[in-house]
Design a protein around this ligand. Sequence first.
Ligand SMILES: *Cc1c(COP(=O)(O)O)cnc(C)c1O
Length: 418
Amino acid sequence: MNDAVMERLKQAEPVFYPNPHYDPKQIRKQADPKVDDAARRLERFAPFLSLAFPETETYNGKIESPLVHVPHLAHRLRAMHPFAGTLWLKDDARLPVSGSIKARGGIYEVLLFAEQIALSQNKITTDSDYAVFQDPAMQAFLSNYEISVGSTGNLGLSIGIMGRALGFRVTVHMSADARQWKKDMLRSIGARVIEYKSDYEEAVRCGREEAERSAHTHFVDDENSEDLFLGYAVAGMRLKEQLLAENLTVDASHPLFVYLPCGVGGGPGGVAYGIQNAMGPHAHCLFVEPVQAPCMLLSILTQTHGKRSVKDIGLHGKTEADGLAVGRASTLVSQKMTPRLDALFTTDDASLYTHLRLLYETEGLFIEPSAASTFAGPSLVQTWGQYPAESLHGANHILWATGGGMVPEKEQRDFLAR
Ligand SMILES: *Cc1c(COP(=O)(O)O)cnc(C)c1O
């Protein structure tokens, strides 16, 4: 079975891989004190966020997105490949501040750094009103520090926008896949952007090395950061509240299936971890990757946890799903997710545009190509046969639409025309 999957990976053919290491006994409804701590930190920053980014007021200073019922999209998808249950879209493209899932983990890590410095220099206590982070004096103080990151684009945007809003100096090391408008936007708000002709891995390596030479620089390490992971994980308890508000339960006859686009893994890994802690083993998580960059599938299939690159199996790694153009998975996430993922699958680039357009036509929502990678998920689970057909009638499927909120209009039109 592994050999057959590996063969399809090498041929860049779409593949569905039921994870043989999946072990629901290890998934329990239980609070992780570190995730609770991250959630409380985000609440402390809510007064600052509502001042600096008034669009966060919808969720009282929280950076959160709507859970959208998408019956028209479901109808059209079913006409192609049937599946039972109710379809939802978690619209992270509509996340305030930076319009992608990176506004969860990336921004959390910037806020954490700001808080740690301010606490250590006695500028605040954890009981302070964090609106103080809007004060010019505080921002002048934080301008002595720098935040740096390597990115395919969206992480750089999130770190850059929040870093600059707090007064930090910001450097973003951008891989060749990154879109021009993201670099332009970052420069326009005063971030330093360093461009690389090579891929994401190289941009991260150079950024990490440069940051190590400076004592006042914090490098946001997308490949290894536990803080990023915890910031993403807060999504789980918030999703639970949104499901309750819709009167939805998660149990054996109402299983939840969540489909998450995966790049290096921190975003989907953190979110999946948070969801399972909040809702237990009937919350099933699946990752999807482009056929040219299936780094997490390769990592879990071979149990090499980030040691192997998709280039090692002959793939070039280039994809229209720029947010997922990652050749090597996060070691931390690969290990953590090995017993927790039901399955992983891949998708080709052409279907990204078909699905992106389908969502726009049926529900009027625009998302970017990476975020449209999940749409085959519900029908794949249906044909898989792992779950009894009766239970799938009560299922809720969530497509995690990871980004697209900041894509300029001209680019949106180009994407829709593809
Ligand atoms: C970054 C990103 C992802 C994947 O997140 P990782 O942490 O890299 O796995 C998915 N979709 C979009 C739009 C992204 O920007």
